[in-house]
Design a protein around this ligand. Sequence first.
Ligand code: NAD
Length: 474
Amino acid sequence: MFEYAPAPESRSVVEIASSYGLFIDGSFDGGKDGNVFKTVNPATEEVLAEVTSAGPEDVDRAVAAARRASGPWSALPGSERAKYLFRIARIIQERSRELAVLESLDNGKPIKESRDVDLPLVAAHFFYYAGWADKLAYAGFGPDPRPLGVAAQVIPWNFPLLMLAWKVAPALATGNTVVLKPAETTPLSALFFADVCRQAELPAGVVNIVTGAGDTGAYLVAHPDVDKVAFTGSTDVGREIARTVAGTGKRLTLELGGKAANIVFDDAPIDQAVEGIVNGIFFNQGHVCCAGSRLLVQESVADELLSSLKRRMSTLRVGDPLDKNTDIGAINSAAQLSRIKELSEIGESEGAERWSPACSLPDRGFWFAPTIFTGVTQAHRIAREEIFGPVLSVLTFRTPDEAVAKANNTPYGLSAGIWTEKGSRILAVADQLRAGVVWANTFNKFDPASPFGGYKESGYGREGGRHGLEAYLA
Ligand code: NAD
């Protein structure tokens, strides 16, 4: 097998300050209660920066700034708002190398993913919604659709900048202003984005970024002066937010967890399916809400498929996220690593068979080898709970009906995959799957024009596409 020489991207392309304030009303300032927290590089445990923890008074200031900006921003003609969004999109493209390195440093994801997936999609989202800003009257929501006002947006750490783009771009295009809280382990690209807003001369208060942990998020979503709450994160926190918002008249969208089935039928091209399985569960270290974390393979091809999959997994390179050859980077935090370890140990103790390729992991940082479990039954916790790491649970089936029944046997309903040569089978099976997105002979494909969202405990509301506008219109 080839050994690749190290090909590290230079980390000096991006400047990281030693400390960051909050971005409120167009400028950075320190928090009122003086609390700070540190964000670390999960690949080395090195502290990257100290970040301000926003307290209630800070959130109040951010919401007030967004409220003041809301009238003038929503009164602008859509074509004027579009100019700002186009400008933001172009600046993101121009600064994408800096942003990709920053994202990989703070999150642990491989540079080839932040560079070739996250950043192009972030820019595409702003371009896409910029295009809608002056066409809202033709979007199917009435002749004069109005914005909601101030949107409180809380996002997770797995795609920090992409989740920001999914939230901020449609909100701004529709004439809303926002207060966004990034996740506490990955605040840096959102703070960089604040600088992009300044560079684009976005009017003060239209975008406000408050950093902090769950209590900052809880205070923000409960704030009486926000009109809309958009949350992406875990189902448990989503439930809590739904309770907070119930009965307040605030609009709510929730993008929560998943436990997607990736179904391989006996007529599927095995090599392509193996690539799709690897992409489905090992992309972004498996920190993907729509990851294909349950492989359902037809019994007659299970042995052949699993031996190909193991062979392919042995070629995955785990290590330095900044190395351009790296396939699997670092687990985002010590807390997430311990959850992955715990669930994997439970998988073993419940009787599933665990396998990982031989791979040496760095001494420092948070790492987990790509792992598959075979002999998994529907009763096993690793078949039911979201692991949110590079761990695949393999189950088998004999008939299409059994595949559908097993795929739908989950409290979640975010995504699914189907691998077969038969177009008619794709349509018949997709029709029966209770999942917001169904990929056929591919996996983890995203496009700003395509709506994304879940059923059941995966949440409600759609982001992306024309549907994504609706969540921000009265
Ligand atoms: P999390 O729910 O713990 O945190 C998400 C965000 O919510 C963070 O910014 C956090 O600070 C904030 N938060 C925590 N407690 C809060 C509270 N009580 N009120 C308001 N905000 C609060 O989730 P996580 O562990 O950071 O992210 C992983 C989860 O996100 C996974 O379950 C994954 O499936 C889900 N996710 C879903 C999607 C989707 O589109 N459906 C996308 C990415 C991630």
